[in-house]
Ligand binder design. Structure first.
Ligand code: FEC
Length: 314
């Protein structure tokens, strides 16, 4: 890939997106449902979940902003100011993926790389982001390449392993007994027929983190499955907790390896729902701190972007 005339490389940092405020929950939910508005019950349920999470209603927005700013600083330090320029593109809320690509074009960018703020690839998640960005880039004549996954990047694994170690210390002399439960967002079961790499990549990340943290007792479980009437990958974390409790497990450390930020699926599904469920079973449940703008996570992204350029950004 050749350098651009103005020598700048655009980096499209893509993330899930969250409503801008409470009034936008319905349009956000409708976008997730590919244009089908939610029923009043579904809307009430989602609004209720946003209302009950701590730290403001939409922490993902601020976290994504912080991640993109931190990534820009990382690139500036790594390659000199102005060589890489980061743009944000969200899947389900403004600024949408297409807005990010259009902003690059407006700035005269002709060469770009796209990366998603989730480490593992699935055709239903990352594949969807890439498709939209690639289509928009083509419209603007931008030559764009993508990082599909970075689920085994050494800096990512080290960061997650350190978080596991720190969280295990909270259990004091019980830490050897703790079951480390790696988790990720479920997807419809039909991805298995498509030979999608998502489940295997999640296991690879989990295995590498467990090994780096010296963890013997670990399992993987799904979380946050949707209510779409079709079967989703399981077991769900609540079922896994039931089974672990029946087997005598008393302490669990949830380690979400498919998510990188504090957001609804972590702050509600794990911190409120799963924690309450575990307490009802007489278990203590803790969670690792999320990566957010962790410098090593930012370095993992920046290095993956440079690798995707095949060394032309030196
Ligand atoms: O904090 C926030 O405001 C947003 C949190 C959030 C993240 C997230 C990540 C992923 N999702 C993935 C797949 C699906 C599929 C459906 C689906 C539905 C929802 C709904 C909400 C939601 N997701 Fe999400 N997801 C987040 C939030 N997700 C809200 C709608 C109501 C609900 O089910 O709770 C089903 C779509 C359909 O109906 O057809 C599929 C995957 C990820 C992780 C990768 C990524 O970040 O892109 C996979 C964060």
């Amino acid at each position: 890939m050749s350098d651009t005339a103005n020598n700048k490389i655009g980096v499209l940092v893509m993330s899930y997106g969250t409503p801008e405020n409470m009034d936008k929950v319905e349009s956000y939910y409708t976008h997730i449902r590919r244009g089908h508005p939610p029923t009043p019950e579904q809307l009430e349920d989602l609004t209720g979940r946003y209302k009950s999470i701590v730290g403001g209603v939409f922490p993902l927005r601020e976290n994504t902003d912080r991640q993109v700013a931190a990534l820009q600083r990382t690139f500036d330090e790594m390659a000199g100011k102005g060589r890489f320029v980061c743009y944000q593109g969200l899947k389900h809320a403004p600024p949408y993926i297409e807005d990010g690509v259009a902003a690059m074009a407006k700035d005269g960018i002709t060469q770009a790389v796209g990366i998603v703020l989730t480490p593992q690839y699935s055709s239903m998640s990352v594949g969807g982001y890439i498709k939209r960005a690639a289509e928009e880039a083509e419209k603007h004549g931008i030559s764009m390449t993508f990082v599909k996954q970075y689920h085994l990047h050494p800096a990512l694994i080290r960061s997650l392993a350190e978080r596991v170690g720190n969280a295990l210390d909270r259990f004091g002399d019980r830490k050897e007994q703790v079951m480390v439960l790696f988790s990720a967002h479920s997807l419809p079961e039909k991805i298995l027929e498509m030979k999608d790499p998502y489940p295997e990549q999640l296991l690879e990340t989990s295995r590498a983190v467990a090994e780096a943290a010296g963890v013997q007792h670990w399992q993987f479980t799904w979380q946050s499955a949707g209510q779409t009437g079709q079967p989703w990958l399981g077991p769900d974390i609540l079922e896994t907790l039931d089974r672990l409790a029946a087997e005598g497990t008393k302490e669990v450390l949830v380690t979400p390896v498919g998510f990188v930020s504090d957001h609804l699926e972590v702050l509600y599904d794990i911190d409120l729902e799963a924690k309450k469920h575990a307490a009802g079973l007489g278990m203590r449940l803790e969670r690792i701190d999320m990566l957010n703008d962790d410098p090593r996570y930012m370095a993992a992204i920046a290095e993956s972007v440079r690798e995707a350029l095949g060394g032309t950004a030196e």
